[in-house]
Design a protein around this ligand. Structure first.
Ligand code: ADP
Length: 332
């Protein structure tokens, strides 16, 4: 019997919705093209430890529309050690791999760059709920995470508005404020705090007072994590405004749930592209979304890609706010 060619896969760093859809696509495409797929469990650590198993499309299809990663994701300290990292090459050869496809974010792309330096045939599919893989317009998982944040904000706003309370919402994205920016705009929130546009607490308090004065009794502030302590800030706002203020941290809800249509589609397109490039012998790339087309970016180009902040979206938000001054209710 002819020996099958082999592709390795792993999911590294934080998990994101759509990783499973992408794995399913990789496996089914690979099987059709005469490859078998070896999964390393738990990211780069699984690769170093040769914790591996063959995955089939029959198994992968069970997880297609489920968040998380059925081959486990994770972070690896050992992998940061250049000496220990060499083990990856030994395992790659031992498993007789033709290529390794890494699903992960910015850190994982840096890791893949190191693997390329060791001489491994590697490709990366960007997965990140924060959207902080700057070599692509959108990473797999971002759309679902933002939708989860929007749904949560919508739900909480209903009770806040009923009770005339100010709402503070902390969302993920310590270095990249995309979840806060997109969810803030789409939930019609009044104030957005993101790392790309640093604003002092005092300025936010002044803005809230302005909103209250204009008749908006329940302003919503969406805050990207790690800028301030939302609970303490809520207390400060209560003291300074005399109005009730509540804070919530959306947290892991952002990571969970079925991937949206956008994330499934991106996962499918990128998964197919990755296998096709393995077959064509193109290695050392990140599969990227550029002007809604699937393109290749070299790993070195990818790690040097600057932050692509959507300035025009921030301007849209400011423009929306300008027209959103609420008139006080008329007394009847
Ligand atoms: P993500 O890929 O989601 O950004 P991390 O930043 O945690 O997640 O990175 C995932 C893993 O990639 C880390 O646990 C580490 O093993 C590896 N990694 C991260 N940064 C680097 C780096 N600068 N060089 C080599 N490997 C890295």
């Amino acid at each position: 019997m002819k020996k099958l060619k082999r592709i390795g896969v792993l999911t590294s760093g934080g998990d994101s919705q759509g990783m499973n859809a992408c794995l399913k696509t990789i496996v089914s495409t690979a099987e059709r093209k005469g490859y078998e797929v070896v999964a390393f469990l738990g990211g780069y650590q699984g690769l170093l430890d040769n914790k591996a198993k063959i995955i089939t499309s029959k198994e992968a299809e069970l997880y297609f529309n489920i968040g998380g990663s059925f081959i486990k994701a994770g972070r690896s300290k050992d992998f940061l050690d250049a000496e220990k990292r060499k083990k990856a090459k030994t395992v790659f050869n031992k498993q007789k791999l033709d290529a390794l496809i890494v699903l992960g974010g910015d850190g994982s792309i840096r890791g893949a760059c190191d693997l390329e330096k060791l001489g491994l045939n590697v490709l990366v599919i960007p997965c990140s709920i924060d959207n902080d893989a700057y070599c692509t317009e959108r990473a797999i998982g971002f759309d679902t995470a933002v939708n989860n944040a929007v749904n949560t904000i919508d739900n909480v706003q209903q009770t806040m508005r009923t009770n005339d309370r100010i709402l503070l919402v902390e969302v993920m994205g310590r270095e990249c404020g995309d979840i806060a920016l997109y969810s803030g705009i789409c939930s019609e929130s009044d104030i957005i705090m993101i790392p790309e546009k640093k604003q002092k607490e005092e300025k936010i308090v002044r803005e809230i007072l302005k909103q209250l004065k204009a008749g908006n009794k329940s302003p919503t502030v969406v805050i990207a994590e790690h800028q301030l302590n939302v609970e303490k800030f809520a207390q400060k706002i209560e003291t300074e405004t005399g109005n009730e203020c509540r804070s919530i941290v959306v947290g892991y809800i952002q990571r969970g749930g079925a991937p949206t249509m956008q994330d499934r589609l991106l996962a499918i397109r990128m998964g197919v592209a990755a296998v096709e490039n393995v077959i064509d012998g193109n290695f050392g790339y990140v599969i990227s979304l550029t002007q809604d087309h699937i393109t290749l970016k070299s790993l070195s180009e990818a790690i040097n890609a600057g932050k692509q902040f959507r300035e025009e979206l921030w301007d849209t938000f400011l423009e929306l706010k300008r027209f959103k001054t609420v008139k006080p209710h008329k007394k009847v």
